[in-house]
Design a protein around this ligand. Structure first.
Ligand code: 1HE
Length: 264
């Protein structure tokens, strides 16, 4: 069903909800979903104002491409100070995507370039359709990444691969993106949303606090020393297992009312 209230008022995002799954579609196809100031602000607004009953979000793009990155037509007149604030605005929006309340699944097709790849890398699970391709053309435009890409993309594919993409203009196709760690799934053209929805429904069945631990504790532990990381892990584990929901789920398993682990 279409979103209501604030989420329905965002004209560059098409928002709909099915049960616990919120679907946000970048809706600027004539400009290849290039991210203007308005679109980055609308992404921020959407992720700060997720309805309480949402447990997972899916992000996709309308038209032939996921996202052409920064709207280059808005960059021409900006001075240095405005440039810092602009980049920080992107950081704020994508921090809400990565460190918001719920896991986020991206459906990628066509161009996933520049800021489009920065948006994708702030989600938790990336599903690429066969047409998806990944590039970082900032160097060709006289720019540098400014939407968190230098922090997030090397954590997926390593500094060397990202440097190669930026220095040489190398473009990865969907399969290469999978091999390099940019995406977790590749599916046939047109099958991306169905795959993302299937994954979202599985994610929604987990305890919300377990999902929160995955999206908030895991990347932080990865940034900590082993000693600090292990201590953070113990604290997070104790918090998760002390919840009534965890007790109920454990009892259900022991009483043979819960599903077993199955190979899909
Ligand atoms: C745009 C943008 C854009 C398209 N800003 N207007 N990103 C880039 O360097 C990628 C630039 N875009 C492209 O390489 C191509 O447009 C695509 C490969 C994505 C798609 O090609 P195609 O043939 O389907 O579309 P098109 O004909 O190139 O573009 C259609 C329209 O979208 C056209 O406008 P029109 O008014 O002439 O119809 C294009 O100008 C417009 N358009 N991409 C503005 N990016 C926070 S730092 C992040 C830094 C970056 O992201 S740098 C990388 C920017």
């Amino acid at each position: 069903r279409p979103a209501t209230g604030l989420l329905a008022s965002l004209d560059l995002l098409q928002v709909s909800q099915a049960g616990p799954v919120l679907h946000l579609r970048l809706n600027r196809p004539a400009k290849r979903n290039a991210i203007s100031d308005t679109l980055i602000q609308q992404l921020h607004t959407a992720f700060v104002n997720l309805p309480d009953d949402v447990r997972v979000a899916i992000v996709s793009g309308e038209g032939d491409h996921f996202c052409a990155g920064l709207d280059l037509s808005e960059l021409v007149e900006r001075d240095v100070g405005e440039g810092v604030l602009h980049s920080r605005m992107w950081h704020a929006a994508f921090d809400q995507v990565q460190f918001g309340r719920v896991p986020v699944v991206a459906v990628l097709h066509g161009a996933v370039v520049g800021g489009g790849l920065e948006l994708a890398s702030s989600t938790h699970i990336r599903v690429a359709e066969a047409s998806a391709y990944f590039g970082l053309p900032e160097g060709q435009r006289g720019l540098f990444v400014g939407g968190g890409g230098s922090a997030r993309i090397p954590r997926l594919m390593g500094v060397a691969r990202m440097a190669d993409m930026m220095l040489t203009g190398r473009v990865y196709d969907a399969q290469e993106g999978l091999a390099a760690g940019l995406v977790q799934y590749v599916v046939p053209q047109g099958a991306g949303f169905a795959k993302a929805y299937e994954l979202a429904q599985r994610i929604a069945q987990n305890a919300p606090l377990s999902n929160y631990a995955v999206t908030h504790a895991l990347p932080r532990i990865a940034d900590q020393s082993q000693s600090e990381g292990l201590f953070t892990e113990s604290l997070m584990a104790a918090v998760a297992e002390s919840t009534p929901e965890a007790k109920d789920r454990l009892r259900a398993f022991l009483e043979k009312r819960a599903g077993k682990v199955v190979k899909s």
